[in-house]
Write a protein that binds this ligand. Sequence first.
Ligand code: DON
Length: 581
Amino acid sequence: MRKALPYLVVLGLLALAPTTVSTQIDLGVPSKTGIVVSASDLAADAGASVLAKGGNAVDAAVATAFAMAVTSPSNGNIGGGGFMVIRLPNGTATTFDYREMAPGKSTPTMYLNKAGEIDMSLTQQGYLAPGVPGTVRGMAAAHKKFGKLAWKDVVTPAVTLASKGFKLSKSLANGLNSEVLGTERGPGRMAAFPASVAAYGKPGGGEWKEGDTIVLGDLGKTLTAIATDGPDAFYKGWIADRIAEDMAAHGGLITKDDLANYAAKERAPIKGTFYGYDIIGMPPPSSGGIALVEMLNMLEAMNLQKETRQSVRGIHLVIEAQRRAYLDRARFIGDTDFVQVPIDTLISKAHAKELIATVTPNKASSSAELGKDILSAGKMPAEEPMETTHFSVVDKDGMAVTNTFTLEGGYGSHVVIKGTGMILNNEMGDFNKKPGTTTATGTIGTPANVIAPGKRMLSSMTPVIIAKDGKLVMVTGSPGGRTIINTVLHVVLGVTAWGLNGREAVDSPRWDHEWMPDRVTFEANALSDAAMAQLKTMGYDVVQRGEQGSAQSIWMHPQTGTAFGIADHRSPDAKASKGGS
Ligand code: DON
């Protein structure tokens, strides 16, 4: 109850002086006619245009996703995969898993060199790095079940963007220049792949500039085929032929059979409760839903609300919840089509009580001590890239879609399949690549997420919907590799435990602890010097970093029901775009 106060204060002020105060309080972009929030302004507009034509939230989400494959090539994709959570106006919810699958010829140790170490050059780029893409099947599955408009109508905005071209933002121009031409630090990562340079380099050479128009002709043809002939054009038709040919010619593994056998799956959501709010998240192969619910259960059991927001004591409780949920993630979670994951136990309130038994009031726990059963010796590099993208949609009827998808690293494998304009993912790196080796630097080698043909790699993507008393509260998610779950946790805590509005929750500083490495990383300026000193005294290894994640979100005003689109300022091209007037 106590945490409802900030609302009352804000709303009280609004009631007294609506015009003055409402112009001062930035709640986001209001809409009663639907809204799309995406890290790409052009894609948000594409989704909003579909809402304006009478499409529902799923139609708009599909349009946004395809548009992002054009306008946000570092992470938006048709050559990757992701997760979509949908909540209908009647409160029922479902999810679509369109995560990539390991090719039929993949093996558990395919990324180890002769010395038995992980060869990152194989997982980070090139033809061995991709899993079988899932996005086109996933979009088609969601659209088939829930879409209102014709498939062609929701893919066409992307076709137009690719074929007619679009103006480059400063950040995309810079990004493409460094991928194609390189930087002072070295050659561009696309330089080794002529089809990639041909697709994304400036025609005639030289640097892209902000405002230049880029035309993606081959991608336009690929999207036209998908729009006209449906997903089979991608998985069984000429696009599949091109992928299989290019793979065979360059030592890649993906075959026509792999593509034909790819299936997107509708799965029951992970559901949790937190201080009376309902949390609806993604099940495995995402670890996001389980880990988020575990953290919230622990924080409720430790009564986080009796602390002050961002007090050292509150921060301590959050970090300890993060540490324990990420340890469970490492221990247990993988693709449930292949391994048994004790989901019901992990998300139970009883399990949270057991986990918090080891939390002490004024001292950091030891990750090594808590996870000694799975830790092995040795140090491994465990860098996870930060390039994924999240968008959120709510339509005029209150149908909500939260979608996170990715190529894994920025521009994925950097391989463009010749003749398609499509960049393939490097998602295979999300598997546990060195079975049996779990280290203090964050490499995980537990059995649940070891490579097997047809298996989906574990993900941290955490698209989430919050509801309360049957009403939609918030739609959110984020990019950021393993940090994603913690970013989403902060947004969720903001609007639930701390009673912030959506804008404040998204703007609030974030921090990240992932069990291993045993350190906590804060966004710059998140902590006062005194708080940092205190955390160090408690035994925390405290590090500061730049921005963490980018949560393109929608918050429903609890009194008026107006949807507020909240573009996260951490992404320069993000936009909340209204669907209709
Ligand atoms: O699925 C995952 O967890 C990762 N492949 C996500 C990668 C990512 O978020 C990179 N960045 N923003």
